[in-house]
Design a binder for this molecule. Structure first.
Ligand code: FAD
Length: 421
């Protein structure tokens, strides 16, 4: 498989090709831009995630024509959410519509691959096993390109009109561009999960007791993901010894029924038995764009996984960023950040309110209602969006300062292999 880029110049180069990067690549390529997306990990590789998509993410996948592919791949359709507050269970059926028949929790090996395939079908070049080692800036400080290193040790420099950081929490693009942190969350939680063979099941289950929470999330291949969550300080103090032991102790305290389901993983090879651990990172909101660069997904906005909203955020913001890039004006980039923060701020607040674990069973339900009302606003905004399209510049149009348009520069003189260092 080819591992070097086909062109020396791209309209946009995207660092990271998972939910945020592959979605942005797909949307920009569908609008006719020349796109290069790079990921240091392999095509179809797994990553830390408990998979549960909320309504905004499923709506996006449906609008983009990808939901059916995920269902056809055997992803179970979730039609209800059960909240277990102590011993009380409240089941809320999903309001289904043709666009949103239910929720889904696809494995990342499937979801990220589906987005990458869609980006490639739209004409984007997506290279895996390829690391962006550095960014290249001009004398004016504006980002002009990236230096990449392939898995076989080749180095290339490729230029672009905009470098997009879809490279996750530890974003190289954010660091290199000096993206300011606009807000910091106050709390974090540790999440420990493993897969268990499960009967077909059409509900998410969320469990809460004082100081702990957990979940049962049906995913692909007849498996469910069973998660135990506690404050990070508690994880540091008490969970160092045995992660699986700690996870099971938490699940038993949360719900004997859930613990019994989790036990099944121990003697089943399909589940691989491994406990995945995320120690927790406080949420943050970073500056979303600057001269020749922008951030999308976790690179720009991270919130604790306890509300299962990261993929929704990534898909929403990728469409909003694509719209800004296609417009190209400074105002459009400002609108991208404003639109993101209008939704991200309340999501960060209401996620922290849950991830703090400073609630009792009496008030956690209210915090969920609060989060649900934030998502309702988000969902209504998304439902009103139109797909981003490429605007044809009027005769005599000059590229704005924020993003000199490479669209005028994608001529044959930019074809051919780039410099090898
Ligand atoms: C334990 C856990 C559970 C979660 N559960 C859920 C859930 O149930 N539902 C939900 O919606 N969200 C969940 N999330 C959040 C969700 O996983 C993230 O929000 C989502 O993955 C963000 O996507 P992204 O594309 O922005 O970044 P990432 O998924 O982090 O992808 C970034 C990619 O960039 C690549 N990369 C980084 N640097 C470079 C470089 N220099 N060169 C090349 N490539 C690079 C990486 O290899 C990676 O593949 C969870 C997160 C965690 C940690």
């Amino acid at each position: 498989m080819r591992c070097n880029p086909a062109y020396s110049h791209y309209d946009a180069i995207i660092v990271g090709a998972r939910c945020a990067g592959a979605s942005t690549a797909m949307l920009l390529a569908r609008a006719g831009l020349r796109i290069l997306a790079l990921d240091r990990r392999a095509y179809g590789s797994d990553t830390l995630s408990t998979h549960a998509l909320m309504r905004p993410a499923v709506l996006q996948l449906s609008r983009w024509g990808l939901l059916q592919r995920l269902l056809d791949a055997g992803t179970p359709l979730i039609t209800a959410t059960a909240f277990h507050y102590g011993d009380e269970e409240i089941t809320i059926p999903l309001r289904a519509s043709p666009q949103l028949p239910g929720l889904i929790a696809p494995r990342r090996t499937l979801l990220d691959r589906t987005l990458v395939d869609a980006a490639r079908e739209a004409g984007a070049e997506v290279l895996h096993d390829t690391t962006v080692a550095d960014l290249v800036s001009g004398a004016d400080g504006r980002m002009r390109g990236v230096r990449i290193r392939t898995s076989d040790g080749m180095h290339f420099t490729v230029t672009t009109d905009i470098v997009i950081g879809a490279d996750g929490i530890g974003s190289l693009v954010a660091k290199h561009c000096g993206a300011q942190t606009l807000r910091r969350g106050q709390v974090s939680a540790a999440h420990l999960y493993a897969y268990v063979p499960a009967e077909p099941e059409s509900s998410y289950h969320w469990y809460f007791r004082d100081g702990m929470s957990g979940s049962f999330i049906p995913t692909n291949d007849g498996l469910a993901c069973i998660v135990a969550s506690v404050p990070t300080e508690q994880f540091d103090e008490r969970f160092r010894g045995s992660h699986e032991g700690a996870r099971m102790t938490t699940l038993r305290a949360l719900s004997p029924g859930l613990a019994a389901r989790a036990e099944r993983a121990h003697d089943n090879s399909a589940s691989d038995g491994r406990t995945r651990v995320f120690r927790g990172v406080p949420g943050f909101l970073r500056q979303a764009y600057g001269q020749g660069w922008a951030l999308v997904g976790d690179a720009g906005f991270f919130r604790d996984p306890i509300t299962s909203h990261g993929i929704s955020d990534a898909l929403r913001d990728s469409e909003s960023l694509a719209r800004a890039i296609l417009d190209g004006s400074a105002q459009a980039f400002a609108a991208y950040e404003r639109e993101r923060d209008l939704i991200a701020g309340p999501i960060l607040d209401s996620t922290d309110a849950i991830a703090s674990f400073d609630w009792t069973l009496l008030d956690i339900e209210n915090r969920h209602r609060q989060f649900s009302s934030v998502m309702k606003v988000e969902f209504e905004r998304l439902a009103a969006w139109e797909m981003p399209v490429r605007r044809i510049p009027p005769v005599g149009w000059q590229p704005p300062a924020i993003m000199p348009s490479g669209r005028t520069r994608s001529g044959p003189n930019h074809d051919g292999i780039v410099s090898i260092r």
